[in-house]
Design a protein around this ligand. Sequence first.
Ligand code: AHG
Ligand code: MN
Ligand code: MN
Length: 328
Amino acid sequence: MEDSRIGLPIGTALDRFIKRFQDDFPYATGELSQLLRDIALAGKVVNREVNKAGLVNLSGSIGADNVQGEDQQKLDVLANIRFIRALTKGGEACAIISEEDEHVIDLHNKGKYIIAIDPLDGSSNIDVNVSIGTIFSIYRRLSPVGSPVTSEDVLQPGINQVAAGYLLYGSSTILVYTTGKGVNGFTYEPTLGEYFLSHQDLIIPEEGRIYSINEAASLNFSDALIQYLNYCRENNHTARYIGSLVADFHRNLLKGGIYIYPGTPTYPDGKLRLMYECNALAFVVEQAGGKASTGNSRVMEIVPQEMHQRCPLFIGSKAMVAKAESLH
Ligand code: AHG
Ligand code: MN
Ligand code: MN
């Protein structure tokens, strides 16, 4: 069995992998490791909720007596509660930015880290048994630990991320993350309740054949984008669009492809959120040898002005993103 870049084979349990990684950093105190474990644990809980989502919506016969209050909330609210609870408990995080919360959640503690999270990505696919996910970014705070969290702490560019990744609740559940030393994927084995290394040192194919875009919006696309899509069609590409960013991204990461959510005249920054969708996947894709662009510039270099700000996204195989950029 081949070893991963940090010397552990396929099948290694996530905890062991995280521990080995921590041992590689002489001054690491284990706080980032703990955050990753907390995210993985909350992912297990959300995975369980996702799996029974269909059942709890059935009125009457199954679980109606037991399923009260919180369990009946919409899954994206529930996922938000689960992740915030997990990230708050250990004291490693001092602030959380979530898609589901208008303001920064300031934890007023001595934590070193700031987390940006999309607790449930692909909400429109929840009710129809299609893959959904969670996306996260982790930053180290810039101001001294113990002082009030500042807007500079919160609004950091993607290049400052210390870790980022996603959970995909799909035909199997997988946690994919990077700490800046490559990308690894851990598949969840529900009967053992453990994640195991299944995708080591992921590298996205430099060139791919899949393009993923919501073409219904094409009347608003720029000439450059229409030209690029024509190029895809003329060059034997194939279209795939799930409508869950995490799922579309993950497929393209493994198979080679490009995901595009462009800006349009009415929405120049598109739909996706810079801080908890674009940057995390940009860090992952760059670590896997791919590229993430707004169409003109590198996503991770944008300095956010506002925590919910949007950003056009061209992400995936390096050659495909470069080609789309060249037409822009
Ligand atoms: P969220 O469910 O977190 O609001 O994100 C939905 C996003 C993303 O997952 C997906 O790729 C995109 O919305 C789809 O948008 P369109 O329906 O406009 O194509
Ligand atoms: Mn989302
Ligand atoms: Mn969401």
